[in-house]
Design a protein around this ligand. Sequence first.
Ligand code: ADE
Length: 244
Amino acid sequence: MMRFDILSIFPEMFESFFGCSLLKKARDRGLIRIEAHNIRDGATDRHRMTDDYPYGGGAGMVMKVEPIARVLEAIDAVPGECLRVLLTPQGETFSQAIAGELAQSSRVVLICGHYEGVDERVRQNLVDREISIGDYVLTGGEAAAMVVVDAVARLIPGVLGNEESARHESFAKGLLESPQYTRPEEFRGWKVPDVLLSGHHREIEDWRRRESLKRTLERRPDLLATAALTEKDRTFLEDLKKEP
Ligand code: ADE
């Protein structure tokens, strides 16, 4: 059982996202636990303020350190027993490799920043890692937390159905997927490639591998540097590159 705790000023945003599909199933089956906590519950002043004006002046508000510190304490998110992550555009860029690292932890705590920023003392004292989901700016870390939990949860054994995980294991690690088709064989004159209807499993596998390599070369040539390639794959790619 892996546990995720999310600290946000909008905890209700997570209800529908985590209440559907595979993640709901995984929760119902006790494979993962996801709890969203309101940062406002950690505020102690009369107005339960979670943000305040920046020292030194300037535009925008800054999220306060105390409410975040108190919620972390209330949920026993102690260093060493969990990995505390701040979602911020200043963090390291999220990747499949980082998802794999987080999946090694039994408890991940995600803190969603907002407004113009978060008091620097949160970074300095309350988090182990800062993650960005890409080079663009969101209104807050909530969508980023959903992305991270989704990508990590699907790596936990049992979360994906057998079929999907088996495919993930066996198929072209580190390459883009080959094209997929389902019924009908023909729609508006648009046909499914003959090889997929042929029933020749060996030929189908070869076709998929080649399509996968072709697509990766066209769209993400950077992935080829680290993909596990056979001699046959390399020869095929060299021939592709020679073609006009
Ligand atoms: N908060 C705002 N933008 C973000 C991003 N790109 N990644 C993570 N958290 C964010």
